[in-house]
Design a protein around this ligand. Sequence first.
Ligand SMILES: Nc1nc2c(c(=O)[nH]1)N[C@H]1C(S)=C(S)[C@@H](COP(=O)(O)O)O[C@H]1N2
Ligand SMILES: [Mo]
Length: 520
Amino acid sequence: MAETTRAPRNRARRMAPALEGALAGIVAALAMISVQLAARALAGIPTPAELTGDRFAPLIPARDFGGLITWAGGYNELKQLGVLSTLVGQVVTGALGGALYGLLRARPRRAAAFLIGFVVALWLGALVLFYPVLSTSAIGLPPEAARLVTAAWLLASFALFGLTLAILHAFMTRWRGADGAPAPLIGRRGLLTGALGLGLLALSGGLLRRLSDDATFAYDGLQVRGPDIEPITPNERFYVVTKNVIDPNVDAGLWRLSIGGLVDRQMTVDLGTLRAMQSVEQETTLMCISNSISAGLMSNAVWRGVPLRSLIDAAGPGPDAVEVVARSVDSYSDTFAIAKALEPTTLLAYEMNGEPLPRRHGFPVRLLVPGLYGEKSVKWITSVDLVATDASGFYEQQGWGPDFQIQPRARFDGPDFRQPIPVGQTVRIWGTAFGGDRGVSAVEVTVDGGQSWQSARFDYPGSRLTWTLWSFDWRPGAEGDVRLACRATDGQGNVQVAQGRPVVPEGARGHHVVTAMVRA
Ligand SMILES: Nc1nc2c(c(=O)[nH]1)N[C@H]1C(S)=C(S)[C@@H](COP(=O)(O)O)O[C@H]1N2
Ligand SMILES: [Mo]
């Protein structure tokens, strides 16, 4: 019997240094994760999980993006999966580093050199990998400061990992019971280390839960549509789209906006300066590119802000500028033509429906770029650079676009078509139409499969930059299921086309078709 059990026991004993090291590495990684989460909660320093998401999301091809979201079970689920896999990756990396360290323990100098090299290599790797998104700061530090803070914090937290690993490993091995007995595989100190690990797991779990209370899961993708649609969308109902797991919570005192690139003089303004400038109030509708024809990722508000042009003119635009690149504290970016940037209706907005811009809509300042899909309206904006090339932002890198002009569209909002409609009575049919920055000149409805179109009236005409709320009186003459379609014409005479088109890559097209159940 003794003969048969010795071999596996010896193998296990040979594995012991690696196992002890891995245990120390896992616990050290949990300690690092805990301080990283705490720094995110307290100082808005991005976690490696967020940096990973922001770095790689633009590389996901637009046509796979929808499939990926479906596969994960939703955008929130995809974001959570990204966070979780980065955390697991951090623990696995810690375990690997710990195991190698454990194997080197017979040569302490070599082990120490390895550990320092490991930490420095991880840090340099992280700097290279995350460079484009290092300037993220959830509290709104200016980009250069934010980049330094994130880089320094990565080094500090990685160093904490190394130090914790070394201390725990020494605790488990070097100071092991001096009674000369062969050390047990993991031992009492190993158990203590494991208990510390469980404590840190609970701590990081608690921090994760606290952070997830603040996450965007509750409201990302919020839509507004249906029978109770209103001309001006209240701030709490205004649709939301964000790439973030946790939106920035910008400190107005730290916030700065810089105008740079191809300008005569680079300019930086703070919030007080911007608010003191000549401002305009402007009603403007925003709509996401991923808004399908029937969906509600579209809302209308009254904004106050300063025309972007005022700042660009003050900075002195160079003759070679063809586009502007807008960047934000969450390392989001988008671009549009300089001509669009100079239109008087392209605003740096700081008020929404008479209130300071809400956090989720870009506090303290966002762009408003009428006529182009919502993604161009960069929230939490921190810089605008004039460039001489056709640059591309977060979503354009995924392969969206290149045409981001909103096309005319109309949608039914009411009545509730799940309810039967009485035959022979006049019912009011109503909805929303939008023509980008060209206004809506007509909305028509067909009740006969497109053979004839009848004009709807405008209950809320809106303006050139807003949606129009329309309605149409219909008296169905016979029982049965009737297909209704609506179409909009914009202020330049462009009619909404019947030919459908998917959301990717330039936004949906086609008519909104509903089935009315006409009953006696
Ligand atoms: N900084 C930043 N700006 C952003 C985004 C973002 O994720 N980060 N999302 C964009 C997208 S895709 C849309 S549709 C609009 C949505 O604005 P809203 O949430 O205020 O409706 O913001 C745009 N601006
Ligand atoms: Mo969007």
